[in-house]
Ligand binder design. Structure first.
Ligand code: CA
Length: 216
């Protein structure tokens, strides 16, 4: 989620985040941000501190008080170092002072998401399948496989959670933004296409519960 009230800046951040292979929901004030962060399990949040209605620091304080654990990168105006210190003390994971390069925000976001998934490496390997998380390329035994952005998102999410059963609803939440059209059977379609490209055995179905990649 990108929380930023300056429309132009929010747009540039969203473009960079989407180009890096993520889905981005946007909030433009503290009330909306607080609510979305309380109700949706985001992989990470970019949080501007100077927001209308409720400040970014207060939003962060409430999330952490409610044990919302998602990684948060705070954005602050240059010179407001005390805000950044307060933000880090309230549980922010990283910060960027304005002005910044969107590419740096995305790189920090990626690092935070990797760490919060429990695997800080930039490459994932499960059986014959590997993914380069920086280049966003999947391969089978060293040969690159052509995946759509959504197939790649499904695969990364499963590979970051080896041995765990992941439900269709959980996958859908990570593949689609709030404003995207979604159909209930599309996750099944992505899984079928991934199996066709990676080999049937790559992803197991756990009947009634979801999907799993084994750490073999
Ligand atoms: Ca602002």
């Amino acid at each position: 989620m990108i929380v930023e009230d300056e429309a132009g800046l929010a747009e540039r951040l969203a473009e960079a985040v989407v180009a890096a292979g993520f889905v981005a929901d946007r909030a433009s004030d503290g009330v909306e941000a607080l609510y979305l962060g309380q109700t949706i399990d985001y992989d990470a949040v970019i949080l501007d501190l100077g927001l209308p209605k409720i400040s970014g620091l207060e939003v962060l304080r409430q999330w952490r008080a409610e044990r919302r654990q998602m990684p948060v990168v705070i954005l602050s105006a240059r010179g407001t170092w005390s805000e950044r210190v307060e933000g880090l003390n309230l549980g922010a994971d990283d910060y960027m002072a304005k002005p910044f390069h969107a590419a740096e925000v995305v790189a920090r976001l990626r690092a935070l998401i990797r760490r919060s998934s429990g695997n800080p490496a930039t490459k994932l390997q499960q059986g014959r399948v590997s993914i380069d998380l920086v280049a966003n390329v999947a391969s089978v035994e060293g040969t690159d496989v052509d995946l759509t952005a959504q197939e790649l998102k499904v695969l990364v999410y499963l590979m970051q959670r080896p041995g765990r059963v992941i439900s269709q609803a959980d996958l859908a939440e990570h593949v689609y933004g709030m404003s995207d059209m979604r159909e209930s059977n599309t996750i099944e379609v992505f899984i079928a296409r991934l199996r066709a490209k990676l080999g049937r055995e790559a992803i197991r179905t756990v009947r009634g519960l979801g999907y799993r990649m084994d750490g073999l």
